[in-house]
Design a protein around this ligand. Structure first.
Ligand code: GRF
Length: 223
């Protein structure tokens, strides 16, 4: 009997709803040849925990409120992640800033999704900021995480139009639909060994990606 090669192990960090986690779960086995070995939430009430349980994925709550210092919280995260020998750590709506030590430990195998066309609008309230600036387009970026917040080399971006009647919620909903497309693509590339961090740029199939990352047109044509 030929034994199957072990699949890459992915740990997903969440804080809330977990709809991006769901998009990854939905693509496991078909599009994404990997196992999600653990979902860690820093909030005990995160709805994403139920999504993981429904998919029979191991969950763990590490509540940041139980720790007096960021470094101690991060150390607890590290202990849990390393228990699973994770090949890739995916931040999916994880709302804590990670210490430099944490980021350096996993740099090159730590991905994040940020709801703006980075480098525009790092940080919070990105949809409102795009509206306030009267931007005509807005979007979302998957990037490698580096110590500087929301600044890592971009991997993929997807753009959406900003419509006259938009408020932050309607714009966020339009952006989220693109999130569920581009995050699974980036994770698939990584676990297939096609995606690497090289200095301050991302490489796909050994080719340096543009600074914006690859650009996804709807529906789903990558440039
Ligand atoms: C997403 O909008 C993502 O871009 C941002 O946080 C949100 C998480 O949503 N980083 P969900 O928990 O995946 O539903």
């Amino acid at each position: 009997m030929i034994e199957e090669a072990p699949k890459p192990k992915v740990v997903v960090l969440i804080s809330g709803n977990g709809s991006n986690l769901q998009a990854l779960i939905d693509n496991l086995g078909t599009e994404i040849p990997a196992d999600i070995v653990c979902v860690i939430s820093n909030r005990p009430d995160a709805a994403g925990l139920d999504r993981a349980k429904n998919a029979s994925i191991h969950t763990r709550v590490i509540d940041h409120a139980d720790f007096e210092q960021r470094e101690l919280f991060d150390a607890a995260l590290i202990r849990e992640i390393d228990k699973h020998a994770a090949d890739l750590i995916v931040l999916a709506g994880f709302m804590r800033i990670l210490s430099n030590d944490f980021v350096r430990r996993y740099q090159g195998r730590l991905l994040n999704i940020h709801p703006s066309l980075l480098p525009k609008y790092p940080g919070l309230s990105t949809h409102q900021r795009a509206l306030d600036a009267k931007d005509k387009k807005h979007g979302v970026t998957v990037h490698f995480v580096i110590p500087e917040l929301d600044a890592g080399p971009n991997i993929i971006q997807a753009e959406v139009p900003v419509l006259k009647q938009d408020d932050a919620e309607s714009l966020a909903n339009r952006v989220q639909k693109q999130e569920y497309v581009i995050y699974p693509i980036a994770v698939k590339w990584f676990v297939e060994g096609r995606l690497q961090l090289h200095g301050d740029r991302a490489l796909l199939d050994q080719e340096v990606l543009p600074e914006s990352g690859l650009y996804l047109d709807s529906p789903h044509t990558l440039h």
